[in-house]
Design a protein around this ligand. Structure first.
Ligand code: GDP
Length: 325
């Protein structure tokens, strides 16, 4: 039986990846942080088969212990402080967890693997590393220019992953994933914030939706598709870096139009207000990825388009709210 260890098991991607690996017959282990973690019940409910180990990306010994206990051949580092806006208020902590945490787990994996080439590592890198984009669309070779403490921390993790591959021959791959969403996305991210608000407005539970910058563009895909790409990277003979994206970009305005459209509201502007609280000190204006390397080498393509994704999220929130009424 193949064994995998996932950090960030409580997050959106951790849950989808667990489901994928369990369906493939893996024994799945997860690292879970902290005392009385509020997300523990969610993991137990969604993927009860997952074996959990207490650990923290800031605590190297706990990572070593989790590796020793789980004996995995595939390690997926999805754990991070992942909300960009929050990273300005907590720049140091974000650098530690999202940046140095990668070094901690890479070093733990290197010592655990002890030269065993069957051990493989995946690092969750991010399109936020492209920041002030130096090329359109963005690909694996595009110069990185991060625009937030989160982006800077992800760049550190990305290069450290490459460095461990080149220095020690570790099978370490970095997936540069563009924004990926689902009904499991945290409500602080713009897609889920909008899908929840649209459902509440439709049901008469909310009147207005305060928003930040409506002109930013993102390449949004479905998280369920993106975890498949992570797995495929670790099945390759050679470790490498891959952009994972849909190749289609939309503005926040498009998101609002489609989301409100799902519930039959066409004059969405009358519900949306501008709120400076949601503006950022520096903005990533445009993200659009070129995933042709992943398509050619991994045979990976997304299956859910923008309209399908937004519809899925609004309908899921509508159903959840209706059940609660
Ligand atoms: P990010 O790409 O990882 O930062 O993902 P987010 O979903 O947090 O933000 C995507 C884009 O939506 C960014 O350009 C934000 O500035 C923009 N945006 C506009 N209004 C909001 C808002 O109210 N909340 C969030 N989270 N983002 C917003």
């Amino acid at each position: 039986m193949k064994r995998a260890l996932i950090t960030g098991i409580t997050g959106q991607d951790g849950l989808y990846l667990s489901e994928l690996l369990l369906a493939k017959g893996y024994q799945v282990h997860g690292v879970i942080r902290g005392q009385n973690n509020p997300k523990l019940d969610l993991v137990r409910a969604v993927v009860p088969e997952v074996i959990l180990h207490t650990g923290d990306l800031l605590d190297s010994f706990s990572l070593a212990r989790a590796l020793e206990a789980a004996q995995p051949t595939e390690i997926y580092n999805l754990g991070a402080i992942s909300f960009v806006a929050y990273s300005w208020d907590n720049a140091h902590l974000t650098s530690q967890v999202t940046g140095h945490g990668v070094l901690n787990i890479l070093e733990a994996v290197r010592l655990y693997a002890a030269g065993d080439k069957s051990v493989r590592f995946y690092q969750a890198s991010s399109s936020e590393m492209f920041g002030k984009v130096q090329e359109v669309p963005q690909r694996e070779t595009t110069l990185l220019w991060p625009r937030s403490p989160y982006g800077v921390a992800k760049v550190f993790g990305h290069y450290m992953t490459i460095n461990y591959r080149e220095s020690y021959g570790l099978h370490a791959s970095s997936g540069i994933l563009f924004n990926h969403e689902s009904p499991r996305r945290g409500p602080e991210f713009v897609t889920r914030k909008v899908s929840q608000a649209v459902a509440r407005i439709k049901l008469g539970q909310q009147d207005t939706l305060p928003m930040g910058n409506l002109d930013a563009s993102r390449d949004w895909g479905f998280a369920g598709d993106y975890v498949e790409a992570m797995w495929r990277m670790l099945q390759q003979e050679q470790a490498d870096d891959y952009v994972i994206a849909t190749g289609v970009t939309h503005t926040i305005r498009d998101l609002l139009e489609v989301a409100f459209g799902v519930v039959g509201i066409s004059d969405w502007e009358s519900y949306v207000t501008q709120d400076p609280r949601f503006m950022r000190p520096a903005e990533v204006e445009l993200l659009i990825g070129d995933a042709s390397k992943a398509r050619e080498r991994l045979g990976w393509t997304p299956t859910v388009d923008f309209e399908g994704l937004v519809t899925m999220m609004v309908e899921s929130d509508l159903a959840a709210l209706s059940r609660r009424r």
